[in-house]
Write a protein of this length. Structure first.
Length: 367
C-alpha cells in the first residue's frame, strides 16, 4: 500500500503579544476602522478643549486672596471666592457656633445607612432599617431644628446650601421607597378599587412637573388652610418631593415585580404563605435586587432636582452659590461658582453610582 503524502503549511510568524500597552491600545482603541476614527476624533476634541480649560482652572487661576481685587492680576479663575464662601455653601445661613449639629447628623446617618444596606447579619440590618426609618428623621429634626434638650432653635429659613439639598433629597429617598413599594403592590392588586386609586395617584404625580408641585405646596396650598393654621415651608416641600419621587419609584418596583417568573409566585403559594409573607420573604427581596440600578438612577435624579426648591424661596446648594456670586464684593464670578457646583454634584452622584455597584456585587447582581 502506497503511503499517503501530506503537504505541510508554510511556517507562519509567531503571534503578536496579547499583553502590554500596544496590545491594549489595539484591542480597546484601534480594533477596527470605526473605533480608530472615533478614537482620533476624541483625541482631537480633548486637545481642543483641555488646554484652555486647564489654563483657566489651574495655570492662570488665583489661589490666594481675601477679595475680588486679588484676582485682578490674573485672567483665570478666582478661587478665593470659593474659599471665602465655602462655609456658607455647605451650611447655608446656619449659625456658626451651631454647625456642629449639622456635622453630627451627617456622621450619624452615613454609618446607619451602610449598616442597613450591606451588613451581612440580617437581624442587624433589619434593626438598622427600622432605626433609619423610624428614629433618624426625628433625631435629625431635633438636632437641626433645635428648641429642645437645651439646643438653640434654628428656624428653617436659615437652612441652606448643601445641608438643605441633602435634607430634601434624603427625605425623598427615605420615604419614596416604602411608599413606592406600597403603590406598586396596590397597582398590581386584584382589588379594583385599590388598583384604580394607586394608578390614579401614580399617573397624577408623574404627569405634573416637580416645579409646579413645589409652587402649589408653597403658594396655593396655604390658601386652603383654616385661619391661623400654618405649616413650615420646608415641610411642605419635603412632602411634595417625597410624594413626587414615590410615583416614579412605584413604577421602578413594578418593573422588578414583572421581571420575576410566574414560578416564584406559584412556589410561594405552594407552601401556603399569606400574601404579605409571600411579598416580604419571596417576591420583594428578588424584585428589589433586580432594580437596584433603576432605584439608584431615580435617587440621582431626585438629588439633582432639589435645585428646583429655589422657586419657593429655599436656598439650596446651587441657589446659594448663585446668590453669593451676585453679591457686590464678588460680582461677576458666577463661572467659578458654577464650576465648583458642578464638581460637587458630580462627586456626590458618582459616589452614589459606585456605591450602587458595590451593593449589586454584594447581592450577586450585575455579573
Amino acid at each position: 500500500m502506497t503511503p499517503q503524502m501530506y503537504d505541510y503549511l508554510p511556517e507562519r510568524p509567531a503571534p503578536a503579544g496579547s499583553t502590554g500597552l500596544t496590545a491594549w491600545l489595539k484591542q480597546r482603541l484601534f480594533s477596527s476602522w470605526g473605533n480608530s476614527l472615533l478614537t482620533l476624533f476624541s483625541l482631537l476634541f480633548l486637545a481642543w478643549i483641555l488646554p484652555p480649560l486647564v489654563k483657566w482652572l489651574i495655570i492662570d487661576a488665583t489661589w490666594q486672596g481675601s477679595d475680588k481685587a486679588a484676582c485682578a492680576l490674573h485672567e483665570g479663575a478666582c478661587w478665593p471666592f470659593i474659599g471665602a464662601r465655602l462655609g456658607q455653601f455647605f451650611y447655608g445661613f446656619y449659625p456658626d457656633e451651631e454647625r456642629w449639629r449639622v456635622s453630627l447628623v451627617f456622621f450619624l446617618i452615613v454609618p446607619l445607612f451602610l449598616l442597613s444596606v450591606i451588613f451581612s447579619k440580617k437581624h442587624v440590618r433589619h434593626w438598622a432599617v427600622l432605626a433609619k426609618v423610624l428614629l433618624m428623621p426625628s433625631i435629625c429634626w431635633i438636632l437641626l431644628r433645635g428648641g429642645s434638650f437645651g439646643l438653640e432653635s434654628v428656624p428653617t429659613n436659615k437652612w441652606g446650601g448643601m445641608m438643605l439639598s441633602l435634607v430634601i433629597s434624603s427625605a425623598g429617598i427615605l420615604f419614596s421607597l416604602p411608599l413606592g413599594i406600597l403603590l406598586a403592590l396596590g397597582r398590581s392588586s386584584d382589588m379594583p378599587l385599590i388598583r384604580w386609586l394607586c394608578i390614579g395617584f401614580i399617573e397624577l404625580w408623574r404627569g405634573v412637573p416637580l416645579i409646579l408641585i413645589l409652587f402649589m405646596s408653597s403658594i396655593m396650598l396655604p390658601l386652603f388652610f383654616p385661619t391661623g393654621m400654618t405649616i413650615d415651608n420646608l415641610i411642605r416641600a419635603l412632602i411634595g418631593v417625597a410624594l413626587f419621587a414615590s410615583a416614579y419609584m412605584a413604577e421602578v418596583v413594578r418593573g422588578g415585580l414583572q421581571g420575576l417568573s410566574k414560578g416564584q409566585y406559584e412556589a410561594a403559594d405552594s407552601i401556603a404563605l399569606s400574601y404579605w409573607q409571600k411579598m416580604r420573604l419571596i417576591i420583594l427581596p428578588q424584585a428589589l435586587r433586580l432594580v437596584i440600578p433603576a432605584i439608584t438612577n431615580t435617587y440621582v435624579g431626585l438629588f439633582k432636582e432639589t435645585t428646583l426648591v429655589s422657586i419657593i424661596g429655599l436656598y439650596d446648594f446651587l441657589g446659594i452659590v448663585h446668590s453669593a456670586s451676585q453679591s457686590p464684593e464678588w460680582l461677576g464670578l458666577g463661572m467659578e461658582g458654577y464650576a465648583f457646583t458642578a464638581l460637587v454634584y458630580f462627586i456626590i452622584c458618582y459616589g452614589m453610582t459606585r456605591f450602587s455597584y458595590r451593593v449589586e456585587k454584594h447581592y450577586h447582581q450585575g455579573h
